[in-house]
Design a protein around this ligand. Sequence first.
Ligand SMILES: NC(=O)N[C@H]1NC(=O)NC1=O
Length: 184
Amino acid sequence: MDMEKVNSMGFREFVDVFGNIIEKCPLVAAAVWSQRPFSDLQDLENHFFAFIDALPRSGQEGILRCHPDLAGRDLQQGTLTAESQREQSQAGLTSLDADDRLRLQQLNARYRERFGFPFVLAARLSDRDAVPRELARRLHCQPESELRTALGEVKKIGHLRLADLLGADPARVEPPRSWRSERQ
Ligand SMILES: NC(=O)N[C@H]1NC(=O)NC1=O
């Protein structure tokens, strides 16, 4: 799919195609559509992320709360979105044994209790051993910085999903700004 095609999309088609760039938050795509035309993939991505950055804290927490737990109930019940299913599967989270699954569920519950939103991590950039390690580490972070970290992960997920849809090599697309500073 190229940018000419993206820019020619009507509202419904755009939301159908990009509605899950931000997990279960088609409102973001609906708002981004108004900003067309987009000059390139980077420009399109910037609009998604600018919308998230401009939300009040309640809206940002709402976005996090729309994410299913990693290796959680939706995975067990087969009710994940196609994108999330693929990401969790790539990280090896669909084939955890009962002990590892239970440990992750207990860590997820502690995290949610501490911060009031679920633990979010770009599963495709992680793996089944790193996920619980990172969860245990982030459990000790301060709420303000943890909110920023979690939103950075939402952007990484969106970045990879957009690159998939537009047939771009994710490594060739500029990473989100908030993610870049973390990696330096
Ligand atoms: N909780 C959480 O991070 N979920 C998300 N992560 C990811 O890579 N896909 C998701 O659905």
